[in-house]
Ligand binder design. Structure first.
Ligand code: PHE
Length: 463
């Protein structure tokens, strides 16, 4: 295998004082850990369910290929070259220019995403306990709906579970990049794949699973509108954790001789595979027991428990399913948490512990808006978007990340330009990948920015 062949040529890390990932496998585990998350198991299925199935998946895959992947490569190469946090990396590569604002918007985005993300994770953690207790074991969606409503409408339960999640993530972050993030994701990723396969096999072998497969595989393009395409684009940014400096931050921990285009491609492919497997775990079972897939964000918390309760050994599969979801959410939250921590540590010279505690407190404050959005703050609504929870979700996926990604592409294609990118992406000529880099360069310079701009303007109703 190519990875092993090159193992002896690992150059020494350039910076001694900065903690980084230590092995190629560690880089992949952490990066994939960031990409795979609630996006695959919660967002992808409910958006697919709500937007007509296979047609939505096709649009999403196209966006991932032409937008998500090139932006990911761009972020990795910026981070690995500058070896600084998201803001400082852009300042280093474009001194005296305003490009660092992309990093600043990324830090804002990481707070806003974490605000609702930690709340969904909070429900998942709470559901593991409920599943073990058998509290959500009912084939009647009215019962599981009541259980979910009980959780989200309780300010105390919502906040406390969110704090538990935050404290858990903070305790890993405080251990550092290699001893915390890398070590954790290296253990979690294989477990995630293992459990996912078990649940998929259960789902697709149920009698009546065929309808769910058809839903996933047979496109109906009549359901695709401008807003749907923006949703698919937003999902492709969110899914690959790009457009906000997460991948710049992680790229800054990459090995000097990491093959960036190949790493990013592998992560993208594995991520798409996890989403598809999550779809296979969910839809065949949903259809097999006569449920509807369009229920939106609550699909995971209302429909799924009822679905699992309908099958033999349902409780076991339900526990496995929510543990799987918690694992996925953990790797993603680590990367979201790391963005501001890296900035406080790198640019403001704070100790890692102090930075972690400060970010945790900041996230608890911002996150409370999402945690309380179905209780104390339920009366605050933002036009057609919804509550605080929905606002942060919409604003990040459909505005901040695409805009960040757009500027990153312009930065790569028109500021960094060919010579530098070729040199950096070929690891100073040690990789024989000029064709790949040329293709990437052409796409990132012309295709991605124009496409993102058009989708943004149409999706937001501006043109
Ligand atoms: N990619 C993660 C997921 O799919 C979410 C995420 C977005 C993580 C942005 C980091 C940055 O769940």
């Amino acid at each position: 295998m190519a990875i092993a062949d090159r193992a002896e040529s690992v150059p020494k890390q350039t910076t001694v004082s900065r903690d980084t990932f230590t092995t190629r496998l560690g880089v992949i585990a952490a990066t994939l850990g960031s990409a795979v998350g609630l996006g695959n198991i919660w967002k992808f299925p409910y958006l697919t369910g709500a937007n007509g199935g296979a047609a939505f998946i096709i649009v999403y895959l196209l966006c991932t290929l032409v937008v998500g992947l090139p932006v990911m490569i761009t972020e990795h190469v910026i981070g690995r070259t500058a070896r600084e946090d998201a803001i400082a990396s852009l300042k280093k590569l474009a001194p005296g220019k305003a490009w660092w604002l992309i990093g600043a918007s990324g830090i804002l985005a990481s707070f806003l995403i974490m605000a609702f993300y930690t709340e969904v994770a909070a429900w998942v953690f709470a559901y593991i306990v409920k599943a073990v207790q058998g509290a959500i074991l009912s084939t009647d969606p009215a019962v599981t709906e009541a259980a979910f409503a009980d959780l989200v409408s309780s300010p105390v339960q919502s906040l406390v579970w969110q704090w538990i999640v935050l404290a858990f993530i903070a305790s890993i972050i405080a251990l550092g990049v290699s001893k915390g993030i890398e070590r954790m994701t290296k253990r979690l990723m294989p477990a995630l794949f293992g459990i996912l396969i078990i649940v998929v096999i259960r789902s697709i072998t149920l009698p009546g699973a065929g309808q769910g497969l058809e839903f996933l595989l047979k496109p109906d393009f009549s359901k695709v509108t401008g807003a749907t395409v923006l949703t698919a684009l937003g999902l492709s940014f969110f899914k690959l954790s790009v457009g906000m400096g997460t991948m710049i931050t992680y790229g800054s921990y990459f090995l000097d001789d990491q093959d960036i285009p190949s790493t990013a491609t592998r992560v993208m492919l594995s991520d798409v595979m996890v989403s598809f497997l999550a779809g296979l775990a969910i839809f065949p079972a949903v259809f097999a027991f006569g449920f509807q897939p369009e229920s939106g964000p609550s699909l995971l918390f209302i429909t799924i428990p009822a679905v699992f309760s309908s099958m033999p050994f349902g409780q076991v599969f339900m526990i496995l399913f929510f543990v799987l979801t918690a694992i996925a959410a953990t790797g993603a939250m680590l990367s979201l948490f790391e963005v501001p921590v890296a900035y406080l540590e790198g640019t403001l010279n704070w100790s890692r512990k102090k930075a972690t505690i400060a970010v945790m407190i900041g996230l608890a404050i911002v996150g409370s808006t999402a945690a309380l959005s179905e209780s104390l703050l339920a009366h605050i609504r933002f036009g057609g978007i919804g509550t605080f929870f929905d606002l942060w979700d919409y604003l990040t996926s459909n505005v901040l990340l695409p805009v960040g990604g757009l500027f990153l592409c312009v930065f790569a294609g028109w500021v960094l330009r060919w010579d530098k990118l070729k040199q950096w992406l070929s690891n100073n000529g040690t990789l024989d990948n000029e064709g790949v880099v040329r293709g990437y360069y052409w796409i990132v310079k012309y295709v991605t920015p124009i496409l993102v701009l058009i989708i943004l303007l149409t999706g937001l109703g501006i043109i």
